[in-house]
Design a protein around this ligand. Structure first.
Ligand code: MG
Length: 373
């Protein structure tokens, strides 16, 4: 029986190497919540709550997640015992879907703790057998076609197995066409609009349908799944949903409606590993493409994504960039590295997430902290 007796929360301010631009705005510093839980035997578990500062991606924010962790979720976990970490999500899920990122932070820390306590890798704990996982990369919104071509070319030369370009109205067709023309019809490209297009003007999306994209991610603003089903019926390119699928119920509806044919699964966004494992089972059963998305995580969140990505159900490279893509220095050791074939090695021979938090660096970037026990 595992009983958590201490929860440490830290808000970190991590300067990005280069600003990241999406249809919602520009980020230069990634503020994130790092969690460390300790059980009564002294085992620890680390995880990252991936909430963002602003509510334009999903309504849950770093501020609301911090408040929920501190005022609600910590109390549910402290003192509650469990035999297996899959029992943790049911302890926390009453906090509601709107707090799924906060829930995921503690839930994933529980899995990491369990892996360390059993001297197993987190991947092994998750039933994930791959030894290497393929990496894709997400590029922010591009405003210059020639520069976009150079950036995509550079990513492919480094080995990335898929390049996703963020798009928005006016920064879409011209950019993608330039990349296609320069790099050929088969370069593994996808786009992500983060909901920047309206259902009343899908002409740019229909034009992109001729670009042989692997998928179009989350194109529509404030759209119900029925609207996605309507759009999917008019496109050959598979749609991929990210923010629109927050729960297993959403995924079941997506599949039933044929609203999209690919899922961008982010364990830190959907409530953690238990929900993610259930989603992977559904994807495999119904032939839905699935890959692991990124949330500009530090090396701790990256570790959890890499471990889950070692599951066989994943059909496409995840957004699993190595540490040097985002950070001058990552907060874990060793840092995450990608080989020349665009693969990240799964640290199966080390307990837990397979890397160690660099406490001196973490102390320097901590802007607030709280210990609950
Ligand atoms: Mg996305």
């Amino acid at each position: 029986m595992t009983t958590v007796c201490r929860i440490e929360m830290r808000e970190l301010a991590l300067p990005l190497k280069t600003p990241f631009v999406t249809s919602a705005g520009t980020m230069d510093v990634r503020r994130t919540i790092l969690l460390r839980i300790t059980d009564s035997d002294g085992h620890t578990g680390w995880a990252e709550c991936v909430a963002l500062e602003h509510a334009d991606y999903v309504p849950e924010t770093l501020a609301s997640a911090w408040q929920t962790l501190e005022a609600d979720l910590a109390g549910r976990l402290l003192g509650a015992g469990w035999e297996h970490p899959r029992e943790v999500w049911p302890l926390l899920c009453d906090a509601g879907q709107e707090n799924a990122m906060a829930i995921a932070g503690l839930e994933m820390a529980a899995w990491e703790l369990a892996a360390r306590a059993q001297n197993r890798s987190l991947a092994d704990m998750l039933g994930a057998g791959r030894t290497r996982v393929p990496a894709g990369i997400a590029l922010g919104v591009q405003d210059d076609p020639a520069r976009a071509v150079e950036r995509v070319r550079d990513c492919l030369a480094r080995g990335y197995q898929r390049v996703k370009i963020k798009i928005m109205p006016g920064r879409d067709l011209e950019i993608i066409r330039a990349v296609r023309d320069a790099l050929g019809g088969n370069a593994p490209l996808s786009v992500d609009a983060n909901g920047a297009y309206s259902l009343s003007d899908t002409a740019p999306l229909e034009a992109l349908d001729d670009m042989n994209l692997l998928m179009m991610e989350q194109p529509l603003a404030n759209a119900e799944l029925e609207a996605y089903a309507d759009l999917q019926s008019r496109l050959r390119t598979p749609l991929c949903l990210d923010e629109s699928v927050g729960s297993l119920e959403d995924l079941d509806r997506m599949i039933a409606l044929d609203a999209a044919r690919v899922l961008n699964l982010k364990p830190g966004r959907v409530g953690g590993f238990s929900v993610s494992l259930a989603m992977l089972e559904r994807c495999a059963r119904y032939g839905i493409g699935v890959w692991c998305g990124g949330m500009l995580e530090s090396g701790v969140g990256r570790a959890h994504n890499v471990a889950l990505s070692a599951r066989d159900e994943f059909t496409m490279p995840g957004d699993l960039s190595p540490s040097e893509r985002y950070w001058v220095q990552d907060i874990v050791s060793p840092e995450w590295q990608m080989n020349a074939s665009g693969e990240i090695a799964v640290p199966r021979d080390r307990p837990g997430m397979g890397c160690l938090p660099e406490m001196a660096l973490i102390d320097r970037v901590t802007v607030r902290s709280r210990v609950l026990q």
